[in-house]
Ligand binder design. Structure first.
Ligand code: ATP
Length: 304
């Protein structure tokens, strides 16, 4: 079952199209990292999922309901934290908790206390006197304490130092380890979410360029290095699944996007007349950069 599903979701701002026909599926129980550079369309997508922004066309379903028809009943099952969220700054942390508690029947005081300690938040301090990191933690706390089935985090880490970021992640995992729930988290930096996520979706210039489990992605990509006779190492002979193919002297390098060991060996033997091939695993960051470059090249080619 998918907790979030979008079908051809599109959003224009005036004449500019920020999101182009997004088809996204977020499986229940996943920690889904929604990654893309600044301006890719992450916030636009999330605001439509939360019914804070109308789609120009297409539709989104959240917890099985059309996002434009989300009622308080579904909202009680969703936690939403965004870097641009406005909190009632005149309240203290404690007052914020007491304000939120009656809105959520599943509010868990024990969990609230535990997270308050974990986040080292001063309960009696006014929100306007909190640092940025503390404010984000207060916001997360008020979204976690009712154990939502779906937690949507829009760039929660931007501007947070690594220590606060780790506390934030630990807080989110505190609940997720205990029960089957889904986190949808946007970020422009894969490193920030790598330790948390098990699914990744990459968005580039308003288009989804990839969406799959991280394990499958890491298994699929390899850095290939072939050594052979320079005359046999012809770039046009490289398979379509290879990206960024380059050759210098007797070495050819490429990124394989559908790695199967026997297939790479066969290609090298048949097309490049060599058995000398090394296939190195790639980090998520390296894959992200390669996918982003490929996405930009394709966008350029289709615009030309
Ligand atoms: P960031 O990582 O910088 O937050 P993002 O991936 O969340 O970026 P969006 O904020 O969704 O990206 O923006 C997508 C595109 O839509 C950008 O080109 C942005 O300039 C444009 N955009 C966003 N909001 C508006 C608006 N209210 N009016 C006009 N253009 C907008």
């Amino acid at each position: 079952m998918n907790v979030i599903e979008t079908h051809q979701l599109t959003r224009r701002y005036g004449k500019a199209e920020a999101l182009h026909g997004l088809d996204l599926a977020v499986p229940a129980g996943s920690v889904f990292a929604f990654i893309g550079p600044n301006g890719a369309g992450k916030t636009t997508t999330i605001r439509m999922l939360m019914n804070l922004l109308e789609p120009t066309s297409g539709a989104a379903r959240v917890l099985g309901v059309d996002s434009r028809k989300l009622t308080p009943k579904e909202r009680r099952r969703i936690g939403y934290v965004s870097e641009n969220q406005k909190l009632p700054e005149w309240m203290t942390v404690e007052q914020l908790m007491r304000y939120c508690e009656p809105l959520y029947p599943t509010w868990d005081r024990e969990l609230e206390k535990k997270l308050l300690r974990k986040f080292e938040l001063p309960a009696d301090r006014k929100l306007k006197h909190l640092s940025r990191g503390m404010m984000m933690k207060a916001s997360l706390l008020s979204s976690l304490a009712y154990r939502p089935e779906l937690l949507v985090l829009d760039e929660p880490f931007s501007g947070l130092d690594p220590l606060v970021r780790d506390e934030f992640i630990a807080g989110a995992l505190e609940v997720s380890h205990q029960e089957e729930w889904t986190i949808f988290i946007s970020s422009h930096d894969i490193n920030e979410v790598e330790q948390l996520a098990d699914w990744v979706g990459i968005i580039e210039a308003g288009r989804l360029t990839l969406s799959e489990p991280i394990e499958a992605l890491l298994a699929r990509y390899r850095m290939i290095e072939i050594t052979g006779n320079p005359a046999d190492l012809q770039i046009p002979s490289a398979p379509e699944t290879w990206l960024e193919v380059e050759q210098a002297g007797n070495v050819m390098r490429a990124i394989e996007t559908r790695y199967v060991p026997e297939r790479v060996e066969n290609v090298c033997r048949q097309r490049f007349k060599t058995d000398t091939v090394v296939a190195k695993p790639m980090t998520l960051r390296q894959i992200f950069v390669a996918v982003a470059r490929e996405g930009r090249a394709q966008a350029k080619a289709s615009a030309a």
